[in-house]
Design a protein around this ligand. Sequence first.
Ligand SMILES: Cc1ncc(COP(=O)(O)O)c(C=O)c1O
Length: 310
Amino acid sequence: MSDRPEMFEGADRIWMDGEFVDFEDAQTHVLTHALHYGTGVFEGVRCYDTEQGPAIFRWEEHLDRLYKSAKPYDLDIEFSKDELTEATTELIETEGFESCYIRPIVYYGFDSLGVSPKNCPTKTTIAAWPWGAYLGEEALEEGVDVMVSSWRKHASSQIPTNIKTTGLYVNSMLAGEEARRNGYTEAIVLNKEGNVAEGPGENIFMVRDGEIYTPGLAESILEGITRNTAITLAEEMGYTVHEEATISRGELYTADELFFTGTAAEVTPIRSVDDNEIGEGTKGPVTDDIQSAFFDVIESGDREEWFRYI
Ligand SMILES: Cc1ncc(COP(=O)(O)O)c(C=O)c1O
């Protein structure tokens, strides 16, 4: 195991097309269609160590999104939702994870290498490994410094942006790396019209005068599951949420609060944008309410409809 990248040290097996294989044997050919053309769809899911034991958060919603993502590309997933659920729970159980990140991916495999994937098989793989806070523990408390990227998000007339296609993440990588090269933790990406879309791997929320705003699906955003969780929790706490908002760049700078949501980033406050302090430059009270409600749910695990217990 010595040459295993540190990130995956805790993982022994991966599920590939119906079988569990040793981590080192989970290989694909270099002429795989998806490697050349980005023709894969995937999910990022978390299993939490809740008071009810390990439980996958919003598994059904992630699975539904995986199948939706596959649809426009005619990726015919050869396994049923029940089979993928069984594979995932067995993987977590046998690996002995209390909490982990789960990465299902479905992609066009190895056969022909024209742009048309005509004869390429559809490959389905599920991996899981322990993974802590994506933007760092400190970020959850103190917030992150972000910049507006010079890269724009694809328009949804160019490629479906509401679903999770591997090829889309070239844009995310460019934006995120530009931000980090310039000393920021993360980027905010504007859409083709110049309005706020989302982060490279996060949805974004804005708080103004006690009300909550988040860009709508037509703004070139992923239909985030944590976004939906945050909206649900905020509404339950009595907040007004404008979930089809159009947010201009200027509104970012004058916002009372901003925060990111995502499976990896969870609920992360944003403390500055392009070196402009947001609010008091710390986690704001509305962000704190939503973040606390979010962590209460995942720590207790007692909201049954959102968990699949292992
Ligand atoms: C581009 C993008 N936007 C938003 C999100 C947040 O989505 P979710 O909350 O479903 O993880 C992600 C992460 O998956 C993402 O990659």
